[in-house]
Design a protein around this ligand. Structure first.
Ligand SMILES: [Zn+2]
Length: 267
């Protein structure tokens, strides 16, 4: 297990590393702006494997299993702009305030992350400056540009959750995550509940808070945009068939939501 320490902050991403931002359908005309904070599980080459065996780096602790395929396909179906982040949340979690202890976790579920132990301040800042900041600045810029162009913007943050966490089985197939927006989440919940085969979580298995989340509070709530997160259970989208089915299902649901929002003149 190769493990390299922080060192010079400016070189966290080398020529062999990809940029943190992945985008799809940048000229999409949909009012829905899709984000995906835990899309990828890459690690900058300079950080080695964070001291973890390969098996840990493909588990849910490293990323949101299955959501990348759903996000790309949903973006295509809806003609919606997707902004996603390619590096593992074990490097830096793009849905945590940088000051939160879980931003660069020293432990995730029951796994200790050796490469995150005892990080010097410049090593922490390097991760923020090279991954977290560009991703969130870009979301900001895209929202600015859409607002300037008079384009309606509804923020939808895509995630997936593990079927069992800390020994507890989670019964939901899908959940909504929200806090302050009272417009989009009830619509989304009611349409998801209209799907006869689904057990739907209302702010389950997670709820949004300013302390534990970043994307919805900062880009959605603080800017007054309608917003919701969606969590899909990972075993349902572990393969391409499941990802396609869920992308089609969500595309149908968001098309209905768009129709309703247009009737209410909210977009
Ligand atoms: Zn996530």
């Amino acid at each position: 297990m190769a493990l390299q320490s922080g060192g010079d902050t400016t070189l966290l991403l080398g020529e062999e590393d990809v940029p943190p931002i992945h985008e799809h359908n940048v000229a999409g005309r949909s009012p829905f702006l899709l984000t995906c904070d835990h899309y990828g599980r890459r690690i900058p080459r300079r950080l080695g494997d964070l001291g973890l065996p390969a098996g840990e780096l493909t588990r849910h602790i490293a990323w949101d299993i299955g959501i990348a395929g759903v996000a790309d396909a949903l973006s295509k179906h809806l003609d919606a702009h997707l902004i996603a982040q390619r590096y593992s949340r074990l490097v830096i979690d793009c849905n945590r305030p940088p000051a939160a202890p879980s931003s660069i976790p020293r432990m995730s579920e029951a796994t200790t992350i050796p490469g995150n132990e005892g990080l010097a301040r410049d090593a922490t800042e390097a991760r923020r400056r090279t991954i977290f900041d560009p991703y969130h600045h870009h979301i900001d810029e895209v929202i600015d540009a859409r607002l300037r162009a008079g384009m309606p913007t509804v923020l939808v943050s895509l995630h997936s959750f593990t079927p069992v966490y800390a020994g507890i089985i989670r019964p939901w197939h899908v959940g909504t995550l929200y806090h302050r927006d009272t417009r989009l989440p009830p619509l989304l919940l009611s349409l998801l509940r209209g799907e006869a085969d689904l057990v739907v979580g209302d702010n389950e298995p997670y709820a949004v808070s300013d302390e534990t989340d970043y994307t919805i509070p900062v880009h959605g709530e603080a800017r007054g945009l309608m917003n919701s997160g969606i969590e899909i259970r990972q075993d349902l989208i572990a393969d391409q068939v499941g990802q396609s089915e869920w992308a089609e299902r969500l595309a149908r649901i968001f098309a209905e939501i768009e129709t309703t929002l247009r009737m209410q003149q909210l977009v």
